[in-house]
Design a protein around this ligand. Sequence first.
Ligand SMILES: [Zn+2]
Length: 157
Amino acid sequence: MMGDSVTVVPLGPGAFEGRDYDEAVRVGTIVRRNRSRLVANGVCPACRGQFDRQLVESDQPYMTAAGYQIKGSCVDCGQVTAGDVRETLLSHPAVVSFFWRHDIDVREPYAGETVLPPEDTITERSSDPLTLAVTYRADDDELTVVVDETVTVLEVE
Ligand SMILES: [Zn+2]
């Protein structure tokens, strides 16, 4: 569980070799975050080709937050993946440094519950073209990141 969403990360047997449950969870988190970061940067997690991503409305149970999901597809190998916008934005320097200033390391697996805000902190700023705002909170501080439909960061407030 990451915040209010369920996470599924496929891991091979090697991921469990010589690791206890917590360590395996940590591996799963690292894999998921790295995949998320590749997608955020337009790189295919499978073949490293060009990855197109789009924020779309979604009613899927996984990787959907506030009715939206990042749908990505590779123009080279056809790989398709879905992402949670809150997690994808975790690799943005503004978000990393915001949490770091509050002594939270976004790379830590159990920081997931802290760094993934509840779905109601995602708001639609406009519908056509689509822009979403995601608000992260730490202590009494807030950081809002506004993205367009290609998940490009437009502003940080
Ligand atoms: Zn690919």
